[in-house]
Design a binder for this molecule. Structure first.
Ligand code: FAD
Length: 432
């Protein structure tokens, strides 16, 4: 079969490999000249690093399988990664039950409830009924109002900004479940996603996949039943048997022909949140923690991911990511880079007084409007099917992972499932 894939992020590239290894002719069309999408890297003064932070959990089977297949499985590293909590001027460790018992910002009885709740979330597997509940009241009911305000509010706000009180309890449960199952062990690929992408591109070339960088798809060609190909500006149409879309659902909706408007409308029901993600390159550490949750009325962000506390790189500098997940009309999303950097740097110095201006080597800002799908209650009903109602069109989007958070590993597994569905000849709504 001849297959066109829209997007060369981890979904598009890993699906392309899986399809090519099953003997299909695969072409991947990518809007930008660079590949990688959200895992793309840049040269940060000699260090190839991702625009957006990435870590691995011990359950990331899809990622491990791909690394093994590409011959870089021996470059995976796992270790205990420290978590901390900065609460109104005080730094707390959050790595053990004892740390939790010592966490004085919440009442003692609620610390016990919190610990029991985390154990229960780790053991729990049933989640469908949680899809109908909102995370906020569910958490307050289980662990108490003060624990919610101090601990979970900043965590939800870190991920969903102003949309935090719409999120379903199912999404929240899975997030706690995934991290609790890691038991504090987190991982990274030595060489980062730069190594993954380089090796993947070599594998794709060997498997005969053609990548078309800098060639955005402007339309999907389809009649009343099935896809016929892809359209571009200033280039000939591409005729194919199947199309795999890996772009956000609202982008896919824009690519559909007018007679598929009803389906496009369904896809537009999913909203996304953007992120402005700063990286600070420093001479000194911010803290000993890889993940530091922040709840302080003087600080404009909710967390710091100090990547070099997980992956020390060459030890010459420290890298700290400061993300702001917001709606696209938020002042944080529209703010000039220099203003956002200065605001964040002043706050970093406040919570890490050992830092002075001479310790700031460099900084970088990356933004994306599609950082995360917003998963409100009832989300299960609006998650699209991988096999679209248009015959021959297959949809890969992070929403298909629900209630799981979006992860590279989850995308790789979905890509594999999609390749199997296409290769097995099933199901293709246009042929039925
Ligand atoms: C801040 C942040 C932190 C994260 N942290 C983690 C983490 O710790 N661990 C983890 O596993 N995951 C993490 N993720 C999630 C992970 O990065 C994503 O789930 C994954 O990279 C998504 O891959 P994708 O290929 O599905 O989408 P994308 O990477 O978005 O790729 C889609 C591609 O399609 C291209 N495109 C768009 N429109 C068109 C068009 N019209 N024509 C052609 N191409 C088009 C885009 O340019 C893009 O390259 C994080 C994400 C963010 C934003």
């Amino acid at each position: 079969m001849k297959i066109g894939i829209i997007g060369a992020g981890i979904s598009g590239l890993s699906t392309a490999l899986a399809l090519a290894r099953r003997g299909h002719e695969v072409h991947v069309f990518q809007r930008e000249h660079a590949v990688g999408g959200l895992i793309a890297t840049f040269d940060f003064g000699g260090i190839p690093i991702e625009h957006f932070y990435h870590f691995l959990c011990t359950a990331d089977r899809g990622y491990f399988n791909l690394c093994k297949e590409l011959g870089i499985g021996d470059r995976l590293r796992f270790k205990k990664a420290s978590t901390g909590f900065y609460y109104e001027g005080r730094l707390f460790n959050m790595n053990s039950p004892l740390d939790l018992l010592r966490f004085s910002p919440i009442p003692f009885t609620q610390r016990i409830r919190f610990g029991l709740f985390a154990l229960e979330a780790r053991a729990r597997t049933e989640w469908v009924q949680l899809d109908e509940l909102t995370a906020k009241p569910w958490l307050i009911d289980r662990i108490g109002k003060q624990t919610y305000d101090v601990v979970w509010h900043p965590l939800l706000a870190l991920k969903f900004g102003a949309f935090h009180d719409r999120i379903s309890a199912a999404w929240m449960w899975h997030r706690i479940h995934r991290v609790a199952k890691c038991k504090g062990r987190m991982g990274y690929l030595e060489g980062g996603t730069a190594l993954l992408l380089d090796t993947l591109l070599r594998g794709l070339k060997d498997a005969g996949v053609t990548i078309h960088p800098g060639q955005p798809v402007t339309g999907i060609l389809a009649d009343e039943n099935r896809v016929q190909g892809l359209r571009f500006e200033g280039a000939a149409d591409f005729a194919c048997d199947r199309v795999v879309s890996t772009v956000p659902l609202s982008v896919l909706a824009r690519l559909l022909p007018p007679h598929w408007e009803a389906y496009a409308k369904d896809l537009r029901r999913v909203d996304y949140i953007g992120v402005s993600c700063l990286i600070f390159k420093l001479r000194k550490r911010v803290s000993p923690h890889f993940w530091l949750n922040v709840h302080d009325h003087r600080v404009p962000f909710n967390g710091i991911i100090e990547y070099t506390n997980l992956n020390p790189l060459d030890g010459a500098c420290h890298l700290a990511y400061v993300p702001y997940y917001t709606a696209l009309d938020s002042p944080f999303y529209t703010m000039e880079e220099t203003e956002l950097t200065l605001k964040s740097w002043e706050a970093l110095k406040l919570l890490a007084p050992q830092l002075g201006d001479a310790d700031l080597i460099d900084h970088h800002l990356a933004r994306t409007p599609f950082a995360q799908a917003i998963c409100p209650t009832g989300f299960l009903n609006i998650v699209p099917d991988m096999n679209a109602p248009i015959g021959g069109l297959h949809v890969l989007d992070s929403t298909l992972l629900y209630p799981e958070d979006r992860t590279q590993s989850g995308h790789i597994l979905k890509g594999e499932a999609c390749a199997n569905a296409i290769h097995g000849g099933a199901p293709d709504s246009g042929s039925g």
